[in-house]
Design a binder for this molecule. Structure first.
Ligand code: NDP
Length: 475
């Protein structure tokens, strides 16, 4: 393989403050005495990027109270007026997308090509899309006079910090709700930047409040009695805790949790495209994707061909500096996540699967894991059942469509799946039997604001995106 010269994106476009307060009622304030501070680091270098506030109980009270005060006037605005704010936010995001893309890559470790070409365009698209709904809620098929729920508590993970924020905030605001959002501890910076976007858009104070902090802040927020709706994306384990915490209250809940998606390659699939789809399915965003195609199911008759082509393609993946425009795979988001990926991969070794990675030099500092496949995996292996949430693919085989469906559905999760075949009839027949919220055909990891997304079984409940996404924020 020939080498590319380094093509680093300049980080000077982003002005980082040494420390950040909490965004409550339209202003940045230091945390109260029962809060604290923590540092957020660049996972590619372990360099401290900024000091961030951890919201305590009194801060959560203040943010929920601000959202409550803002709810009356905000929900009373005509939909067309709310839409103007959402359009304005979308336009500002587009204008500042280069800054935001660099910031997201710095704080998360994802390649700039992904934050620039995937995350940021989708973030703006979500705000544009839901701006379009704000004055048409009566025609959404949700009754003649749908009403907003009130104050929404939104807790999001670190894998797509700004995109998850957009998935949550855009529909909530379009429907007339106000929000208090908590970003993940390891990726707070783009949400704080978004707070500044809200100010620039002159969004009324209190409509959006951003509380940074760790899991405790999230717990305080979802358990707060002043909250009407809880929207959570993250691990199944925390999803369960939240479901227990809100059981018996009047709060509405939406949970978008983990996955262990099957990517099924039939023998009549276009193999070259399928290999691209496999790579995109598991190595996009370092595999930190809830709908990642982490279980590859290959029909036995094309197994050798697929594996040879996959290894050849993996040998061309560039792992390294997230700000380099040639990078395909960036840094693992945190030391804790790296440890989890290592531990589960070692379980794969001890359970007898065969590990393979292309030769690749990993940077000395930061958190890195080479793209990896495990072959010889059976359904009994933990790496075939548990979400690794990293660049690790488990390869299984099948002989018949019925066996592929059986294996694909043999998981406690049900978020997504992929089917590769040249026959439309086979795709439709198989997709119909897969217990997954999203099924991609001859593609993978494609997202669009018009398309609903969500899970079955332990992958959660409720839908985000599209017209269905409005239902989560309307009564
Ligand atoms: P978590 O589910 O712990 O984190 C998601 C969000 O919830 C974060 O903002 C977190 O805060 C917050 N949180 C944590 N505990 C609570 C609580 N008790 N009440 C309310 N909010 C809470 O995911 P992790 O970051 O710990 O990742 C663990 C595993 O989860 C990963 O290895 C992966 O397998 C899976 N995961 C799945 C995701 C998905 O999209 N399906 C996304 C992220 C992770 P904080 O981060 O500050 O602790």
């Amino acid at each position: 393989m020939f080498e590319y010269a380094p093509a680093p994106e300049s980080r000077s476009i982003v002005d980082l403050a040494p420390s950040y307060g909490l965004f409550i009622d339209g202003a940045f304030d230091p945390p109260s005495a029962d809060g604290g501070v923590f540092k957020t680091v660049n996972p590619a270098s372990e360099e401290v990027l900024a000091e961030v506030s951890a919201a305590g109980p009194r801060d959560v009270d203040r943010a929920v109270a601000a959202a409550r005060r803002a709810f009356g006037p905000w929900s009373a605005l005509p939909g067309a007026e709310r839409a103007k704010y959402l359009f304005r936010i979308a336009r500002i995001i587009q204008e500042r997308s280069r800054e935001l893309a660099v910031l997201e890559s710095l704080d998360n470790g994802k390649p700039i090509r992904e934050s620039r070409d995937v995350d940021l365009p989708l973030v703006a698209a979500h705000f544009f899309y839901y701006a379009g709904w704000a004055d048409k809620l009566r025609y959404a098929g949700l009754g003649p006079d749908p009403r907003p729920l009130g104050v929404a508590a939104q807790v999001i993970p670190w894998n797509f910090p700004l995109l998850m924020l957009a998935w949550k905030i855009a529909p909530a605001l379009a429907c007339g709700n106000t929000v208090v959002l908590k970003p993940a501890e390891t990726t707070p910076l783009s949400a704080l930047f978004f707070a500044d976007v809200c100010r620039q858009a002159e969004l009324p104070p209190g409509v959006v409040n951003i509380l940074t902090g760790a899991g405790d802040t999230g717990r305080l927020l979802v358990e707060h009695p002043g909250v009407d709706k809880v929207a959570f994306t993250g691990s199944t384990e925390v999803g369960r805790q939240i479901a227990r915490a809100v059981a018996g209250t009047r709060k509405r809940v939406g949970l978008e949790l983990g996955g262990k998606a099957a990517n099924i390659i039939f023998d009549d699939a276009p193999i070259d495209q399928a290999v691209e789809g496999i790579v995109n399915g598991i190595f996009f965003n370092q595999g930190h994707v809830c709908c990642a195609g982490s279980r590859l199911l290959v029909q036995e008759s094309v197994y050798d061909e697929v594996l040879t082509a996959l290894k050849r393609r993996m040998a061309t993946l560039r792992v390294g500096d997230p700000l380099d425009k040639n990078t395909d795979i960036g840094a693992i988001n945190s030391a804790a996540q790296l440890e989890r990926i290592r531990t589960l991969s070692e379980v794969g070794d001890t359970e007898g699967a065969q590990r393979w990675s292309p030769a690749c030099e990993l940077p000395e500092h930061g958190y890195w894991f080479a793209p990896t496949i495990f072959t010889g995996v059976t359904q009994a292996h933990r790496i075939a059942r548990e979400e690794i949430f990293g660049p690790v693919l488990s390869v299984l085989t099948f002989r018949t469509p019925a066996e592929a469906i059986e294996k694909a559905n043999n998981t406690p999760y049900g978020l997504s799946a992929g089917v590769w075949s040249e026959k439309g009839s086979r795709i439709l027949a198989v997709a119909d039997k897969l217990r997954a919220g999203v099924v991609w055909a001859n593609t993978f990891n494609k997202f669009d604001p018009t398309s609903p997304f969500g899970g079955y079984k332990e992958s959660g409940y409720g839908r985000e995106g599209g017209r269905h996404g409005l239902e989560a924020y309307l009564a």
